[in-house]
Design a binder for this molecule. Structure first.
Ligand SMILES: C[S@@+](CC[C@H](N)C(=O)[O-])C[C@H]1O[C@@H](n2cnc3c(N)ncnc32)[C@H](O)[C@@H]1O
Length: 391
């Protein structure tokens, strides 16, 4: 296995990592191995220390990863086109964006909705990260005219009696996962243990997890190789059940890297998809750099659809990001946007769009799913290449 050299930690990063890992080690010493989902949850969300809440830079060149809305406003134009279709259908409503990152998608979607003369009543942003909320506020106030900026509000919880369109770009991939191994049909839960040599992964028998994994693997068409590793997200169903209590009418658009279950648990994906990002270097060791590196996993879109449907949402479509954007007119939009640009600028903008749109780049690694509540829409984003039958 190739050894990846990671950049070192700054003083503040070292402090966060050492405080968080001391707390994790102490709990493991007291209570025994910790489930991977709890470990990942604490690495990402431990108050004051976790990756999403510790105030260190995450997104963009100075952070650890770049997302599609940061690369090209063409994605926002397509999300806005889909949003406008639904806002027009229901007559009025809000937009609620989960996990808004730097605020780039919010700013570009609002601009595009303004151009379409289809502004929402409010554009609500819900994020767990205080520092990202601050970045969002700065971007909204510097880039949007007051008439648009005044529509943006920050909320801490799901919004009661919600009417409108909810957007979740790269939210579900931040949800903690439970990891497991399978050896000739024997399922073991992967936990995190700690001794004087440091953190290590350990296998633990857990009947509840075994039963759940056996149900998930029933979708896999061929035998799994020995020492097969994968993961599932235990908080997807509760998240949808909770959303369901406040979501009255409209559509939720989820965009993320991942795939349907039969592919997710394919024999070819024998190491699972849990991975870490630190300063734009991807690697597979979640047991280091606690709190200062991103830990993420692909999204099982079948699990998303099951959770949504169990919470009284209807699946409206499931397609690749490439197809979603093509159906919503990305090529025409890009042409209009780049028409008066200088050649160098135009080439750069087209290059960034290619990174989002081309199948071998983000285009087919990212999937888009739409879930409606109390409406029966015909959605342009899923009008071609709908793969709902695969879920
Ligand atoms: C991978 S980033 C994606 C950011 C943004 N959507 C983009 O595409 O640039 C994940 C975002 O979700 C937020 N987040 C993570 N877990 C969350 C949760 N449980 N509820 C709401 N926001 C969450 C993070 O703070 C961050 O803004």
């Amino acid at each position: 296995m190739a050894i990846i050299e990671l950049p070192g930690l700054s003083e503040i990063q070292q402090q966060i990592c050492s405080d968080l890992s001391a707390g994790l080690a102490e709990q493991i010493a007291r209570q025994g191995p910790m489930s991977f989902a709890e470990y990942m949850h604490r690495c990402l969300y431990e108050p004051g220390l976790g990756y999403y809440v510790n105030g260190l830079s995450k997104i963009g060149p100075s952070g650890d990863f770049i997302t599609a809305p940061e690369l090209s406003s063409d994605l926002a134009a397509c999300v806005a086109a889909q949003t406008a279709e639904v806002l027009s259908l229901i007559g009025h409503g809000d937009v609620l964006e989960f996990g808004g990152g730097s605020g780039r998608l919010a700013v570009d979607v609002l601009r595009a909705l303004d151009e379409r003369q289809c502004l929402p009543h409010r554009y609500l942003l819900l994020d767990v990260s205080a520092d990202l909320k601050q970045l969002q506020k700065e971007l909204v106030n510097t880039e949007l005219p007051p008439e648009l900026a005044s529509r943006v509000e920050w909320v801490d919880n799901f919004v009661d009696d919600f009417h409108g369109v909810a957007i979740a770009n790269e939210l579900f991939d931040a949800f903690p996962v439970e990891r497991f191994s399978v050896n000739h049909g024997d399922v073991q839960q992967i936990c995190v243990d700690y001794d004087e040599r440091g953190f290590r992964l350990s296998e633990v028998e857990n009947r509840e997890i075994t039963a759940h994994v056996q149900r998930l693997l029933a979708a896999s068409k061929s035998d799994l190789p020995p020492d097969y590793h994968s993961e599932f997200c235990p908080v997807m169903a509760p998240w949808w059940a909770s959303l369901s209590e406040s979501f009255n009418t409209g559509l939720l658009i989820a965009l993320d890297y991942g795939c349907e279950r039969s592919r997710y648990y394919s024999p070819l994906r024998s190491s699972g998809s849990t991975r870490c990002f630190f300063q734009h270097t991807q690697h597979s060791d979640p047991l280091i750099y606690q709190g200062v590196q991103d830990i993420t996993a692909d999204v099982d879109f079948t699990a998303v659809a099951e959770a949504a449907v169990a919470s009284q949402f209807a699946l409206e479509g499931y397609t690749s990001m490439t197809q979603f954007m093509l159906s919503l007119g990305v090529i025409d939009h890009h042409k209009v946007q780049t028409d008066g640009m200088a050649e160098k600028e135009r080439i750069a903008a087209t290059g960034r769009l290619k990174q989002v749109l081309m199948p071998e780049e983000m285009g087919e690694r990212f999937m888009v799913a739409g879930f409606s509540r109390n409406i029966d829409p015909v959605l342009r984003g899923f009008s071609a290449g709908d793969q709902s039958r695969l879920l």
